[in-house]
Write a protein that binds this ligand. Sequence first.
Ligand code: XMP
Length: 319
Amino acid sequence: DWTMAEFRKTKIEEIRRQVGSGRVICGLSGGVDSAVAAVLIHEAIGDQLTCVFVDHGLMRLNEAEQVVTLFRDHYNIPLVHLDAEEKFLAGLAGVTDPEAKRKFIGKAFIDLFEEEAKKIGGADFLAQGTLYPDVIESVSFTGGPSVTIKSHHNVGGLPERMNMQLVEPLRELFKDEVRVLGRELGLPEIFVGRHPFPGPGLAIRIPGEVTKERCDILRKADAVYLDEIRKAGLYDAIWQAFAVLLPVRTVGVMGDHRTYDSVCALRAVTSTDGMTADIYPFDPSFLSSVSTRIVNEVQGINRVVYDFTSKPPGTIEWE
Ligand code: XMP
């Protein structure tokens, strides 16, 4: 794609101009956006860049390994891998309000980046994979009063005391354009084609309190769901598909005994930019086989429901 080749060149020059001989820290989330931003910035400034992957313990199954492999083995870009599961779970204990979860997670990320920056003798810039829709949705609906729908944790600037500037080379792009740029930069298809995943991770897919146990249950259900979607050849036709673990228990029966376990909701939507979305119209037989597998294979879930809400009025995530 010649337009993206052009964009790549222009951005590389822009990054070099902005950064000069400064040091940049880039936070990787495991998603496409931050990976593309990091690879682009690395191409521009090489080892002035330090990538930090914060594993908050709120990733999907096996996701953390995939990120580490991509950067270390595929690109040979040095990467600091922080295992921060305990810090995040401790901070989330007792927190049930969606915005409070986001605020805590956003702040914990910044604290960790700051610590890493100190370790390398200070960094002048923090790089992020912020996209255009992130900017809009965190700011306001045009024309109306300023209403924050969700404070995407990677938007909204940095604390004053940080003394770092932001480098956000993807700020004008939509997701589909980021994917084109990712291919242009040689990212493997399994990475580029991956469904979006929010920075706060599974924390906003577990309404109510987030615990390690609930994260583990959700990871298993989510993996079964995505496995079935891939096997049915539907993965690329869907913008985002995921499971949500509800803070509701219902009664069921398994074999000859009564169960009293959590409900899991399945979400799948089509979209071009995440700003509006339609539900994916699965075959009922597909949903029923996913439901059977989840209830049989995931201990702690005994009922599965499908979310039929488009965006608007729903949002894609449940929190
Ligand atoms: P919503 O739920 O607002 O989601 O319809 C739109 C898109 O944004 C993702 N999302 C987030 N991404 N930090 C992120 O980096 C966040 O706090 C966040 N909240 C939602 C969501 O997965 C969807 O792709």
